[in-house]
Design a protein around this ligand. Structure first.
Ligand code: 1AG
Length: 137
């Protein structure tokens, strides 16, 4: 059993978010705002059921899914695309494939050294984010 992802996680690093956003076609004005944000993840996990909230002072984004069950995702407030998403376990990694207009798009979450790791993929760009458990829990 992988470690529980549940909890509130605060961003401590964000590498190549710019490259990922360029691959998604985000405008330079929006990228400038987005780059400054300290994102927070609030995750509720019950077995294979997940609610993942990405919070910031500028915009919030929430998805909910069950592992191994395909779902339609609309990336509202991000790049505003419709994708067909599927999240699976690959060992202790939660891996999502987002099928749509953009090639090789998806992400992977895992827990390592009490930190929440996230890689975001789009058309060969990789953004690496790390979050630590919030001080409030
Ligand atoms: C994700 O994580 C990404 C969640 O699905 C949001 C993270 C980065 C933003 C993605 C693209 C940038 C597009 C536009 C920039 C505008 C606003 C930035 C707002 C950032 C906070 C919402 C995987 C998983 C949950 O953790 O979906």
């Amino acid at each position: 059993m992988p470690a529980s992802f549940s909890g509130t996680w605060d961003m401590i690093s964000n590498v190549n978010f710019e490259g990922y956003m360029i691959a998604l076609g985000i405008s330079s004005n929006l990228r400038k705002i987005a780059l400054k944000l300290k994102q927070r993840k609030v995750i509720e996990q019950q077995g294979d059921l997940f609610i993942i909230k990405t919070l910031s002072t500028f915009r919030n984004y929430t998805i909910s899914f069950k592992v191994d069950c395909e779902f339609q995702e609309f990336t509202k407030g991000l790049d505003n695309r419709h994708v067909k998403s599927l999240v699976v376990w690959q060992d202790n990694k939660l891996v999502c494939e987002q099928l749509g207009e953009k090639k090789n798009r998806g992400w992977a979450h895992w827990i390592e050294d009490d930190k929440l790791h996230l890689e975001l993929y789009c058309e060969g760009e990789v953004c690496k984010q790390v979050f630590k458990k919030s001080a409030n829990e």
